[in-house]
Design a protein around this ligand. Structure first.
Ligand SMILES: Cc1ncc(COP(=O)(O)O)c(C=O)c1O
Length: 456
């Protein structure tokens, strides 16, 4: 079967990419000029250096965003499947969150007072209903939720290390920038100013390999396995049948805590993969989308762990123990989480979003199969991502090997030049409650045209 797959003509790909790059430069002059002007006082010319990731040499500057639509400062409209790389999975500025934010910040006033509001307890109960673990605390980012969860896990187990999967991403968490290679664990390429070699803090292994996990945990020094139930930051790598049961069994048997990072896998349903797949982690972390785009994150612990950590006299959770942030749990973020969970990312909304992602996946798969392209697409609830290998990868390492920056650039430029925005870090598309079937079909048409031009 592999023999009959289409081959990509690299010269043709290069010529088409040049054409799309030129079209991009010509179509978005106001963004190009804004980027050039920003260079003097912004590091890398952008508000955050990863914004340079956009293909085309400069990012689009956006003017407005609503639901699943963005407009840029040149006046173009885009269907947004990037959705802030999940931060805007609820859609941009959903009405319920707008109302809650303006009520909290405008009408009632204040965001940062060092005092709680009643919204927090409602949110804690709702997160418990969705994700199972019972005692929640707030952060401003998913990164911090993971950092603090790791600290709690170390404190609770009195063990020094964590275990992660090769090519995972859990935010800018020092311990996680490590990959498994033939030559053993190595810091991930480009790891900036690492405080210590991550090999000192972390055991790394490939996903979907219970034996490797058993080996890693046998040392008895791993406080927690920090994992996404499906990898989502190196394409989507789904767990094989029985794998997550094996993870739970092995972690329990070795006295290791299990942290499910649901920041992206929240796409699987109202309670993420944890609920959709009936998982039983000790700690859950989440962020990005839960406050409708307002900065917020959270981590939740089982009741037993909460009790132990609160009664641990050597753990300073109140003052300078390393878990906390002045603005964490602020009233504005918590009001936004409440509105998002209560009124936007509801059970009914997920049904629609997941069906749309199914339509998207079927459309892309049809293009791939009908053109015999050596690519595949994987869906995880409301998100889907295609990857440049014939079969879905089983591990982060396999998926990394299928990376093709040239194809990424071509497809990102081709789609953005035709009004469709995909996330710049992946070939990921995410559905919001505001996304429509017409949006999905528009992408499928553009994707088919890009494939046809490539193969012509
Ligand atoms: C699974 C996962 N966890 C945590 C994070 C960190 O999120 P943030 O950058 O908002 O802190 C990310 C970011 O992409 C992520 O993909």
């Amino acid at each position: 079967m592999t023999a009959s797959l289409a081959t990509i003509d690299r010269d043709r790909l290069s010529a088409l990419t040049d054409r799309e790059r030129a079209a991009y430069r010509a179509s978005f002059p106001a963004s190009r000029e804004a980027f050039a002007a920003a260079g003097s006082h912004l590091l890398g010319g952008v508000p955050m250096t990863w914004m340079r990731m956009w293909s085309g040499g400069f990012p689009l500057y956006y003017a407005t965003a609503s639901g699943a639509r963005l407009t840029d400062i040149d006046g173009h409209e885009f269907i947004d499947f990037c959705l802030g790389d999940t931060g805007a999975m609820a859609g941009h500025s959903p009405a319920a969150v707008q109302a809650a934010v303006s009520r909290r910040y405008g009408e009632f006033g204040g965001a940062t007072t060092m005092l709680p509001t009643p919204d927090a307890a409602w949110v804690g109960a709702e997160l418990t209903r969705r994700f199972g673990v019972t005692h929640w605390s707030f952060t401003l980012t998913a990164t911090d939720a993971n950092r603090w969860a790791i600290r709690l896990a170390r404190q609770l187990t009195r063990r020094p290390k964590i275990a992660v999967f090769s090519y995972c991403y859990h935010g800018s968490v020092d311990e996680t920038f490590i990959v498994a290679t033939q030559a053993g664990p190595q810091p991930r390429a480009g790891n900036v100013g690492a405080p210590v070699d991550p090999g000192e803090t972390t055991r790394v292994l490939e996903f979907n390999d219970p034996t490797a996990l058993e080996r890693a945990l046998a040392h008895g020094d791993v406080a927690a396995v920090l994992m996404e139930p499906a990898l989502t930051n190196i394409g989507i790598v789904l767990p094989e049948a029985g794998y997550l049961d094996a993870v739970r069994e092995l972690t329990r048997r070795s006295g290791t805590l299990l942290i499910n990072d649901e920041t992206h896998t929240f796409s699987a349903g109202p309670g993420g993969c944890t609920r959709a797949w009936n998982l039983d982690p000790d700690i859950v972390t989440i962020g990005k989308s839960i406050a409708g785009g307002i900065p917020a994150g959270a981590f939740g612990l089982s009741a037993a762990l909460a009790d132990r950590i609160l009664n641990d006299d050597t753990a300073d959770l109140i003052d300078t123990g390393g878990v906390g942030g002045t603005l964490a749990g602020n009233a504005l973020s918590v009001a936004a989480i409440r509105a998002t969970l209560e009124q936007v990312l509801t059970e009914a909304a997920f049904e629609v979003m997941i069906a749309l992602a199914g339509r998207y996946t079927a459309g892309v798969r049809d293009v791939i199969e009908s053109r015999a392209l050596p690519w595949n697409i994987v869906q995880l609830g409301a998100r889907a991502e295609y990857r440049f290998c014939p079969q879905p990868p089983r591990t982060g390492g396999e998926s990394d090997a299928a990376a093709d920056p040239q194809l990424d650039e071509y497809l990102h430029l081709y789609t953005v030049n035709r009004g469709v925005l995909l996330t710049p870090f992946h070939n990921m598309a995410l559905m919001s409650p505001a996304t429509t079937e017409a949006d999905v079909d528009a992408h499928t048409r553009v994707f088919a045209a890009a494939a046809d031009e490539l193969l012509a």
